[in-house]
Write a new protein. Structure first.
Length: 243
């Protein structure tokens, strides 16, 4: 399975200086930053198979069984067993013997957090089995581990939007007045514009801010009145909504 990276814009907040809006939000769970990583490991073990020393080894079927995945801030650790089925002849008889070989692999956790999803696909590569005179088999098994990693996140998105009657439509405003605001921790020009019913463009122009994405704590922001636009919008022009 391959993942395509796509950038999606989700509306999490909005406001309009020309309308009084009311909206609800719903919380959704999603995954992002999906990617794959591959790493190869080799399992070496000595396996005792009764009766094989006097016979001839025909085939060995190897099936990986992933039992546990442990995620730390630095590693993703996989553990389980390799199920082996030895097929061999002995005195003109076809025999089958099963064996289990435990394994533990670890791959680097590049996300540096345990708050991720990790899914692994194990596939068997090259194998080598050498039968010794005492019935012991030297096993060498290459295993490829394909790890799919993603991050879970919960976000709020806009659900229902409704335009309400503006209770301030009949009030008189001094449209030539300004508000002086001191930037607080966590503020952005967008949140300030929303709070004072203005726009990012208007605040940037009024305060000579070249990069509207960068303001400093303690910075003075002069905010012009914007409410009068509701009264001036008499030509059925499109209402302004900012997200």
């Amino acid at each position: 399975m391959a993942y395509d990276k796509k950038e999606m814009n989700l509306i999490q907040d909005l406001y309009s200086p020309t309308m009084n809006l009311e909206f609800s939000q719903k919380r959704i769970s999603t995954s992002n930053n999906k990617y794959e990583t591959t790493k190869n490991f080799t399992v070496n073990d000595k396996i005792q198979i009764p009766g094989i020393e006097d016979g001839h080894l025909l085939d060995v079927e190897v099936v990986p069984d992933l039992a546990n995945t442990k995620i730390t801030n630095s590693k993703i650790i996989y553990s389980g067993e390799l199920n082996l089925n030895f097929i061999f002849t002995n005195a003109n008889t076809l025999n089958s013997r099963n064996a289990k070989v435990p394994f533990e692999f670890s791959v680097d956790n590049t996300e540096k957090t345990d708050k991720i999803n990790a899914q692994a696909d194990l596939s068997i590569g090259d194998t080598s089995f050498e039968v010794n005179a005492n019935g012991e088999v030297d096993a060498k098994i290459d295993v490829e581990v394909l790890t799919r990693i993603s991050k879970n996140m919960n976000i709020n998105i806009i659900d229902n939007i409704e335009a309400l009657d503006d209770p301030n439509d009949d009030t008189d405003e001094d449209y030539n007045s300004l508000i002086l605001y001191i930037v607080q921790p966590g503020d952005s020009l967008w949140t300030i514009a929303k709070r004072f019913n203005s726009t990012v463009e208007e605040l940037g122009k009024m305060n000579g801010i070249e990069d509207v994405d960068k303001i400093q704590i303690g910075q003075k922001i002069y905010i012009p009145k914007f409410n009068h636009i509701r009264k001036e919008n008499t030509n059925n022009e499109p209402e302004q909504v900012f997200v």
